[in-house]
Design a protein around this ligand. Structure first.
Ligand SMILES: *Cc1c(COP(=O)(O)O)cnc(C)c1O
Length: 473
């Protein structure tokens, strides 16, 4: 068995892949957005090929492509108005292919100095974009926002409790509390579970009428904490909530954190990309004085999954949190004044995650990103306008292209949004979701695809209008 195959075979396999993938990439709009969900059928398909003898590679590839094309929600589709799942840009796709081919090991600097320095450079660029002090900030690529938020909780713990690395939660004299809004992402609760605190230690604060964290209630909760048993660990502000794209009042939160000496983390997994647009950037005022930031490049920057960034304005904290010494890891770090990634991150063996962002910048530049992000924001504006013209009402208030809406007459009818959504998903022309705002179900549409234009918006409006009419009859 030749694991490499020979040149001719490789070329044939690559051509098959290229033909198939290119067909999908160029004609994504022709596909149904929504798959049929028949569990048994899907399992049978997965289990059919022979795994003992192996298969003809061409057939194997056709098997995979067939499975993915028939049984996926096509998030790269221009009529996918769903969660923050982008169409992967071409630079990112190529980057993943190159990364897999060279398979650099980013655990140790000396094994992949170019790759590690590329990531460090991209991190420094983001440090500057978000307004941190270049000489005192640090950061690391993570697999996603969940890992970045977990990193934030660990950094806050190690910052507040210098012996946390040694004694863990058993060394704590008081119970640390994490504050965030009710609209914050549930990876916060997950992080609390993973670090050994438990999700009861996450105190969620109600939101105000704009769906932002109620900062008055937040401060009251901090002041009223029983300080003989509990201690505030951190406040997490969200910049672009998953449900409604709302950005918390980061400036007010930062003031509260300063007053009470609490770690301020901003979960900007989605909305952080606003920093790349001079038009939208003001929404993030206050982020530059935070202690740490989560930013998912695999959301609004449209690179393939598995690409997020954690940044902190406290330069030593990543090292304090993750440092470890071993006999078997290379020891160049101290001599060369470089940072060993394995002592800086939850991960050990590490993929070249950052190449997807670096190659995107090499292909499109920051200018290309600013244009794309403004385009998506403008299409969001167009959707808002069209909805209002067609007698829908908008229930959220954000400059980001996340629009939650319903019909004023029908909003109290709990079947309304569900029935229409089911019909739209069954037809497979568009994909959107339903999200409750203050207990009222709304349709949630996000312009998450850089290829979405006014045409797709018009198609969505037409579908919604038709469905509403049919429902009323
Ligand atoms: C998506 C999201 C996360 C989780 O990020 P993953 O990349 O999915 O791990 C965290 N917070 C917010 C606000 C998000 O939108």
């Amino acid at each position: 068995m030749n694991f490499d195959f020979d040149y001719k075979e490789r070329k044939e396999i690559l051509n098959t892949v290229l033909d198939k993938v290119e067909h999908f990439y160029a004609n994504t709009k022709d596909y149904n957005t929504t798959p049929e969900l028949n569990v048994q059928e899907i399992r049978n398909l997965v289990e059919t090929p022979n795994l003992v003898s192996g298969n003809n590679p061409k057939n194997a590839i056709e098997h995979i492509i067939n499975g993915l094309e028939n049984y996926s929600v096509h998030t790269p589709h221009p009529n996918y108005f769903g969660l923050f799942n982008p169409r992967a840009n071409f630079a990112g796709i190529i980057a993943d292919f190159i990364t897999a081919s060279y398979n650099p090991q980013l655990a140790a600097w000396s094994h992949a100095p170019f790759a590690v320095e590329v990531e460090a450079h991209v991190i420094r660029e983001f440090i500057e974009k978000f307004g941190f002090d270049k000489n005192n900030a640090d950061g690391v690529f993570t697999t996603g926002g969940a890992e970045a938020n977990l990193t934030a909780v660990l950094c806050a713990l190690n910052n507040k409790y210098p012996d946390f690395a040694k004694n863990g939660v058993f060394g704590l004299d008081k119970k640390p509390i994490i504050f965030c809004s009710q609209e914050a992402h549930h990876s916060v609760q997950k992080a609390a579970k993973i670090v050994g605190l438990g999700y009861d230690f996450v105190k969620t604060i109600p939101t105000n009428k704009d769906l932002k964290i109620d900062t008055q209630l937040l401060e009251n909760e901090i002041i009223n904490l029983n300080t003989s048993t509990h201690s505030p660990l951190m406040v997490i502000g969200t910049a672009g909530t998953t449900g409604t794209g709302t950005i918390d009042d980061l400036e007010s939160i930062s003031k509260i954190c300063k007053t009470h000496n609490i770690w301020f983390h901003v979960d900007a997994a989605y909305g952080g990309a606003a920093v790349l647009s001079s038009k939208l950037k003001h929404n993030l005022n206050g982020i530059s004085v935070s202690d740490s930031i989560t930013f998912d490049a695999h959301k609004w920057m449209s690179v393939p999954m598995g690409t997020s960034i954690f940044l902190t304005s406290t330069s030593e904290i990543l090292n304090k949190t993750f440092r470890i010494t071993t006999e078997y890891m290379p020891k160049e770090a101290s001599e060369l004044e470089i940072i060993e990634p394995f002592s800086h991150s939850i991960q050990w063996s590490r993929r070249f995650i950052g190449l997807k962002v670096y190659l995107s910048l090499l292909f499109y530049g920051w200018n290309g990103y600013e244009k794309t992000i403004n385009h998506q924001a403008n299409i969001g504006e167009y959707l808002r306008r069209k909805l209002i013209e067609n007698n829908w009402i908008i229930k959220n208030n954000t400059e980001l292209p996340v629009i939650c809406f319903t019909d004023e007459q029908l909003e109290s009818d709990l079947n309304f949004t569900k029935t229409i959504l089911d019909n739209i998903l069954a037809r497979g022309k568009s994909w959107l979701s339903v999200y409750p705002i203050k207990n009222i179900p709304t349709f949630r549409a996000c312009i998450t695809n850089y290829n979405t234009t006014k045409t797709e918006i018009d198609e969505l409006i037409e579908e919604l209008n038709k469905e509403r009419e049919a429902y009323q009859q």
